[in-house]
Design a binder for this molecule. Structure first.
Ligand code: F6P
Length: 515
């Protein structure tokens, strides 16, 4: 594997700094459009299933070519090729990164794991079809957290129009028993299928919920745990110890937040069927090919990832707001939060050396138009500039008159208002404008377009992480809290506050006080 060059060691980094003011902080978007009749064409890109308009960002042609030069100098292409070659680019865990293989069509990849991938996929889809045909199962409960929850939940929600009637889907993630109790209250053991989804099969929340679900099942007359529980995991042996006989496996080269294409996608397959799931994979695969093959200048994940670097490191924007203008995409912001922030929320490079440049922004958001009536005030007139990412779908799947045109008009109007502004010098009605946004557009929300949209984001995060020089595929930052929670759980039971800081000890006392 070729050694990676960190962005701040690349010549283009200094050149970009020199352009920061003239091509960025001082760039007037309205003026840039007025003086360049093809700005929209220059800064937009069609990729499989997804069109992106990046022209309302503070970027010009010089910056665009310097960013592409930066990607070349940082070895993004070699790094990408190493991922697609199955090299162990997750260096801190010595693992390959091959979620792309999960969506590679049969016979298309020479990777040694390809055969196993398709055998498992066939078995999982056959099982999904059996469950779909089983009218006795009315409720499917996915018990999992993080990547074992957010992907399937986001996709089942997004593809609601493709979900065959007759089954309800529930997602239980939190160790907070209120969540599981509320779901169980609606269920009967004989008509429920529990999917215990956990890459490791050791995660506290998931194991606690799975045990409670099984206790509830048995206490309420449930028969045949083997029929009513299935495991989705890389740790099939541990699932067996739990008493689960039906398990679908996957492999350590699938990161949790990249796992909705694996057995973790079983709830999606039950919801939309084997054919629908294969279309989801096909949409993602088309984006994989685009990322692998398109020249950098026309490569959408590359262009978006580089724009993210420009916004973060040169314009100083610390967050990005995700605004899906489609209510079925309401879980997308949460999904993207994990994808980007768990991947690139790192402060050291591949060698463990502190970064000198900022890495992952904060991602947050809500569907439009709801956000407009909540926090868009701040986006238009607040002291911080937050790039907004609009995600719209050209054709609606409902037949209600007028709604969709109004929805799309609002998305366009918000992007326009952020950029145009409206002067009211010294007044409260002053909109400064010149605020950046990106507009992603799908023709329709289908399994294939959703697959492409998600894969686009995976690769975009790869590109920015690659430029920053971080390992986007580990997540050591979640460990400490897990260790301390085990210690504190014991202290909550015993009352032992010895050696604790004053605040934690004080809160422990209050939580244990009887009155
Ligand atoms: O704690 C973070 C994390 O490891 C995520 O990366 C992962 O998606 C989630 O927990 C769930 O892990 P598992 O699938 O092993 O239960």
């Amino acid at each position: 594997m070729q050694a990676r060059v960190r962005c701040d060691e690349a010549p283009a980094w200094q050149a970009l700094h020199q352009r920061r003011s003239s091509s960025g902080t001082q760039l007037d978007l309205a003026g840039a459009f007025a003086s360049d009749p093809i700005r929209f064409e220059t800064f937009s890109q069609q990729a499989p299933q997804v069109f992106a308009d990046m022209s309302k960002n503070r970027i010009d042609r010089t910056v665009q070519s310097l960013l592409l030069q930066l990607a070349r100098e940082c070895g993004v292409e070699a790094h990408r090729d190493a991922m697609f070659a199955g090299e162990p680019i997750n260096s801190t865990e010595n693992r390959a990164v091959k979620h792309w293989l999960l969506r590679s069509p049969r016979g298309a990849s020479a990777d040694p794991d390809a055969r196993l991938v398709h055998e498992t996929l066939d078995a999982m889809l056959a099982y999904a079809e059996r469950i779909r045909a089983d009218a006795a199962i009315t409720d499917v409960v996915n018990i999992g957290i993080g990547g074992s929850d957010l992907g399937p939940q986001m996709a089942v929600t997004a593809l609601q129009d493709f979900v065959s009637p007759g089954k309800r889907f529930h997602f239980v993630s939190n160790v907070d028993g209120h969540e599981l109790a509320a779901v169980l209250a609606k269920l009967r053991p004989e008509s429920t299928l529990f999917l215990v989804a956990s890459k490791t099969f050791t995660t506290l929340e998931t194991m606690t919920n799975a045990r409670s679900a099984r206790q509830w099942f048995e206490a309420n007359g449930g028969q045949d745990v083997a029929r009513h529980f299935a495991g989705l995991t890389t740790n099939v042996a541990e699932a067996g110890k739990f008493g689960i006989e039906t398990s679908f496996g996957f492999w350590d080269w699938v990161g949790g937040r990249y796992s909705m294409w694996s057995a973790i996608g079983l709830p999606i397959a039950i919801a939309i069927g084997a054919g629908g799931f294969r279309q989801l994979l096909a949409g993602a695969h088309a984006m994989d090919r685009h990322f692998a093959d398109a020249p950098l200048e026309q490569n959408l994940p590359v262009r978006l990832g580089l724009l993210d670097v420009w916004n973060r490191n040169f314009l100083g924007f610390g967050s990005r707001s995700i605004a899906p203008y489609h209510s079925a995409l309401r879980r997308l912001p949460a999904y993207l939060q994990q994808l980007e922030m768990e991947s690139n929320g790192k402060r050291v490079d591949m060698r463990g050396k502190p970064l000198s440049a900022a890495s992952s922004p904060v991602l947050w958001g809500e569907p439009g138009t709801n956000g407009q009536h909540a926090y868009f005030q701040m986006l238009h007139q607040g002291t911080d500039v937050v790039p907004v990412e609009f995600i719209a779908v050209k054709r609606a799947s409902h037949k209600l008159d007028g709604h969709h045109a109004l929805l799309l008009a609002n998305a366009l109007a918000q992007a326009q208002a952020l950029m145009q502004g409206r002067p009211d010098p010294g007044g409260h009605r002053d909109f400064p404008g010149n605020r950046p946004s990106t507009f992603l557009l799908l023709d329709e929300l289908t399994p294939a377009s959703l697959g492409a949209l998600v894969a686009l984001h995976e690769h975009r995060v790869f590109v920015s992480g690659s430029v920053w020089g971080v390992n986007s595929f580990d997540q050591w930052g979640v460990e400490l809290g897990k260790v301390l929670a085990t210690d504190i759980a014991a202290r909550l039971a015993s009352g032992d506050g010895g050696g604790l800081d004053g605040s934690t000890a004080g809160l422990l006392r209050r939580l244990r006080a009887s009155a």
